[in-house]
Design a protein around this ligand. Structure first.
Ligand code: HEC
Ligand code: HEC
Length: 325
């Protein structure tokens, strides 16, 4: 969720500006295993069923693993998402070099994107560009969203077009650097077969859910793919709700990462926001939406996380100065 996403080219100026903003030290985990978990307790939310038709599939992705509402829906004081203002836009984060407000993406003609076609929305998600040609800024994860398949991104756009219009005027985001796009325009991405569990999990964790954007270390404002899953990024006052947290190491490292966790412990963290030792996690992630994922998708995510090369304190580069998010 920082500026240079997924290793794409960007202005060297931005990296320079962002250097040395924060330095986060990976802390050792105090892992006191929790009592054995009941998996049924994990799936707390009413599941959102997936289905073959476009709107059902789009609704499923948006309302679960994609979690668009985590940024685009205003948070209530307890940081849950305001059900009466879904997708009507909200403050996301203030950084030294930008302040981001996630746009109103309801179909309100005046304050939302009611005049945009499905293709316009698809282009905005995958290429970070509005119909008028201007580019969108961070922290929406365009570097990852470029990899969304045609089927999935069109389903997502169709569902977004179908949500009720909500009038909500937002301040404009401000970026103290030029927005110049995110690489050659993407027009076609083939489907990712669900039968290949690990690769499908990687697809959910990257292009659909952007988990790996928050959980991969940023160095000088640019994502460092050599530190995939190592975390260490600091988020300050996310959603204006006082959420300040450092993204966790979710590699397979047995001390710094998830290597010694059980599958159920990992699932509980993702869907209920509870760490292995019972600590309640900061509400940076959309736990309540992730809780509605189909079990096969949650299994695919966990299977993929298991394959992330271990990056602990000893075998990884020094913690990076990062600029959030
Ligand atoms: C990490 C926060 C975040 C997430 C997650 C996120 N967005 Fe965004 N989105 C933003 C921000 C911030 C902007 C405004 C950027 C700007 O002002 O340049 C934006 C802009 C947009 C726009 C352009 C609207 C306009 O009027 O310019 C669309 C469309 C959009 N998002 C759709 C989505 C969809 C669909 C998803 C889920 C797949 C999603 N976003 C997930 C933060 C997010
Ligand atoms: C907005 C950034 C963000 C996104 C998106 C995100 N995470 Fe996280 N995640 C965090 C932060 C920050 C923490 C640490 C919270 C804390 O320590 O209180 C965390 C914690 C975790 C933990 C618990 C680790 C531990 O040691 O307790 C797991 C597992 C995890 N995330 C997996 C995922 C998965 C899988 C996804 C995608 C479905 C995801 N995250 C999406 C920011 C994010």
């Amino acid at each position: 969720m920082r500026i240079g996403q997924n290793g794409l080219p960007q202005s060297p100026m931005i990296g320079a500006v962002l250097t040395l903003l924060f330095s986060v030290t990976a802390c050792a985990r105090d892992e006191v295993p929790v009592p054995k978990l009941e998996v049924s307790a994990v799936a707390a939310g009413e599941p959102v069923l997936d289905g073959p038709d476009k709107l059902t599939h789009g609704r499923y992705l948006v309302e679960t693993v994609a979690g668009c509402g985590n940024c685009h829906t205003p948070h209530l004081p307890d940081l849950s998402l305001d059900p009466s203002k879904k997708f009507s836009g909200a403050f996301v984060i203030r950084e030294p070099v930008f302040e981001a407000h996630a746009a109103n993406i309801t179909s309100d003609m005046e304050t939302g994107i009611g005049s945009w076609s499905e293709d316009d929305i698809v282009h905005a998600i995958r290429n970070g560009q509005r119909p008028d040609g201007t580019y969108l800024g961070p922290p929406m994860s365009f570097g990852w969203y470029r990899g969304m398949s045609d089927t999935d991104v069109h389903a997502i756009a169709a569902y977004i077009k179908s949500v009720p219009a909500v009038r909500n005027v937002l301040p404009k985001s401000t970026y103290q650097f030029p927005l110049t796009g995110y690489g050659p325009p993407v027009t076609h991405v083939p489907d990712m077969p669900k039968t290949d569990q690990v690769n499908y999990g990687a697809y959910l964790a990257g292009p659909i859910g952007h988990c790996m954007d928050c959980h991969t270390t940023y160095v000088a404002g640019r994502i460092d793919m050599k530190q995939l899953g190592r975390g260490g990024n600091l988020y300050t006052n996310l959603f204006n709700g006082g959420v300040t947290a450092v993204s966790a190491n979710i590699t397979s490292d047995s001390s710094a990462g998830l290597g010694s966790w059980t599958d159920d412990e990992i699932k509980r963290a993702i869907t209920m926001g509870v760490s292995r030792n019972g600590r309640v996690l900061a509400k940076a992630m959309a736990f309540s939406l992730y809780a509605k994922m189909e079990p096969s998708d949650l299994n695919a995510l966990v299977a993929y996380l298991r394959t992330l090369p271990p990056l602990g304190a000893a075998n990884a580069p020094a913690p990076a100065p990062t600029a959030k998010p």
